[in-house]
Write a protein that binds this ligand. Structure first.
Ligand code: ARG
Length: 252
């Protein structure tokens, strides 16, 4: 009995000691705020799933760098591009970083950060295609990623009946290779990645639209908007953003 009591007392002491000496670092980790980023990770080189299953790309690394500056932990939620704006509005994500183009219509639903990259909508066709310029798209079947600016512009310009929506760029490219669509309209950098990964495709020299990419944040979360912009400005100034972009896009 005495022995048991001694053991119990020793145990109590050890536990009490452990509680007192809890590392401050642990405490910080537990209370560290999480920045939840939503994206659609099928858009290389801005966001994609790497071979090891982790998220990679320009947007992912920019978000990581910003989160670090803000003393926050980054969590990434992969979803359909089409769901990102409503996810920001509903609060299931804090921020959408997805090579997202700033448009007036989207600005009615969310705030955009300062821009961090330029995009161009381009046209991908099969190498032997008769389509030579944007002017040849009339009456052709155009593949797009649903809800993207490529989708919106093409639907406006060529009519809903000529536009086929896909859940991501890779599926649109598959449809082009299968002959289900005559071309794909998508952002230039993913276009380059898709053309490099598939035989027999090319990008038309004439581009379709120029745009700016920015992060989308809920209208009421002006604190995050300010903090994000401040961190982004610092990362632009110290060359971090350039370095991240150069890692994924070879200047040519
Ligand atoms: N820039 C285009 C847009 O904002 C396409 C973005 C698609 N991004 C993505 N991660 N799938 O509509």
């Amino acid at each position: 009995m005495k022995k048991l009591l001694a053991v119990l007392m020793a145990l109590t002491l050890v536990l009490a000691f452990a509680a007192c000496t809890k590392q401050p670092a642990d405490t910080v980790d537990e209370t560290q705020k999480t920045l939840i980023m939503g994206t659609n990770a099928a858009f290389p080189p801005y966001e994609f799933v790497a071979d090891d299953g982790s998220f990679a790309g320009i947007d992912v690394e920019i978000a990581q760098a910003v989160a670090e500056k803000l003393g926050m932990k980054l969590e990434i939620k992969d979803m359909e591009f089409n769901s990102l704006i409503s996810a920001v509005q509903g609060g299931s994500i804090d921020i959408a970083l997805a090579g997202m183009t700033v448009t007036d219509e989207r600005k009615e639903s969310v705030n955009f950060s300062d821009t961090y990259a330029k995009g161009v909508q381009v046209v991908i066709v099969k190498e032997d295609s008769a389509i030579a310029t944007v002017d040849d798209l009339d009456g052709k079947t155009i593949g797009v990623q649903a809800g993207t600016t490529g989708d919106i512009y093409c639907t406006d310009d060529y009519g809903q009946e000529n536009v086929k929506q896909f859940n991501n760029g890779a599926l649109a490219i598959q449809a082009l290779l299968n002959g289900q669509v005559d071309c794909v309209v998508i952002d230039n950098e993913p276009a380059k990645a898709f053309v490099a990964a598939n035989e027999g495709l090319k990008i038309l020299d004439t581009s379709y639209a120029d745009e700016d990419y920015a992060a989308a944040i809920a209208k009421e979360n002006t604190e995050l908007l300010d903090n994000f912009n401040k961190a982004l400005a610092e990362l632009k100034a110290d060359g971090t953003i350039d370095k991240i972009v150069e890692k994924y896009i070879n200047a040519d």
